[in-house]
Design a protein around this ligand. Structure first.
Ligand code: HEC
Ligand code: HEC
Length: 241
């Protein structure tokens, strides 16, 4: 009897901890070292969610019965995308940056957040606005601007300075989308009323629309705000024609 009790005690000591360890130990690691502890994996997972501003279920599938999350499963395609990203970051840090001479000690490393900055698709502001303008015109780009400024004011994911937004309007002028460009310049002018650059851009858009009086008026405003900017020369050219 005593022997049996001892045997059971030994069984508990030896088998149970290893059972609970087996449950704790991640089962499906393909990029992290396969013996990485669950706690260490979870710490990385928190970095992922913060870097992208998502929940665990952005990458992990739901359990078949709909109750809870199946962290082992690869059914959610974003999990494999994340693995590709992990390999990419590894290559950047361990191979590409490692070959750079004169690095800081400790070296500056690339992390998920370096690119994602709290976003799922790490586009810079100019890319977001141009995409919106191509899909829904200048008004859609203005909506996008307002939404990003509202939702990301604390994350710091986007460059809301004047030039980034102007560059989108400039591209739209190049593409012949003058009305859309004007909508964006007009929005930016509300934010930067003293900007000669914006009035110069408005002048270019008005020229595109062949509204020469409006173009000249815009260039004159640009010159008043920024006498040394490009508007003075353009104004001369227009007046000599
Ligand atoms: C950006 C995508 C992404 C997010 C968000 C994410 N995970 Fe993961 N998770 C992964 C990937 C990829 C792996 C597998 C890593 C590998 O193959 O080495 C993984 C593995 C795991 C594992 C190990 C599963 C096993 O047994 O193999 C656990 C547990 C886990 N994640 C929990 C979480 C939790 C909890 C959260 C939310 C706090 C979370 N994850 C958020 C991508 C993500
Ligand atoms: C060098 C910049 C860069 C770094 C660093 C980076 N990513 Fe990405 N990530 C991207 C880009 C760009 C995309 C968009 C790819 C596309 O959709 O074509 C993307 C897309 C993703 C997606 C798919 C998002 C979706 O829902 O469509 C996941 C998941 C992801 N990244 C996870 C990660 C994780 C996790 C890390 C860190 C291990 C990471 N990324 C590091 C640039 C980066």
């Amino acid at each position: 009897m005593k022997q049996l009790a001892q045997a059971i005690a030994v069984l508990f000591m030896v088998v149970l901890p290893s059972v609970s360890l087996a449950q704790d130990q991640p089962e499906n690691l393909k990029v992290f070292p396969s013996d990485m502890s669950r706690d260490a994996v979870l710490a990385e997972m928190r970095h992922f969610t913060l870097a992208m501003n998502v929940r665990c279920t952005h990458c992990h599938a739901r359990k078949a019965d709909g109750r809870g999350t199946d962290f082992v499963s690869d059914a959610n395609p974003n999990k494999d995308k994340a693995r590709a990203m992990m390999r990419m970051v590894d290559t950047i840090n361990k191979e590409l940056l490692a070959s750079l001479p004169d690095r800081d000690d400790p070296p500056v490393v690339v992390t998920c957040k370096t690119c994602h900055r709290g976003t799922v698709k790490p586009r810079v502001l100019g890319q977001e606005l141009l995409l919106a303008a191509h899909k829904g015109g200048g008004a859609a780009a203005v909506d996008k601007f307002n939404q990003l400024q509202r939702d990301f004011s604390e994350v710091g994911a986007y460059d809301f300075r004047e030039a980034e937004t102007n560059s989108v309007a400039e591209k739209l002028v190049d593409e012949g989308r003058f009305e859309d460009a004007l909508i964006i310049y007009t929005m930016n002018l509300e934010r930067f009323p003293e900007s000669g650059d914006i009035w110069f851009g408005i002048g270019e858009a008005q020229e595109g629309l062949e509204d020469m009086p409006a173009a000249i008026e815009a260039y004159e405003k640009a010159v008043a705000l920024d006498p040394r900017g490009p508007a003075a020369k353009r104004l001369e050219e227009l007046k000599s024609n």
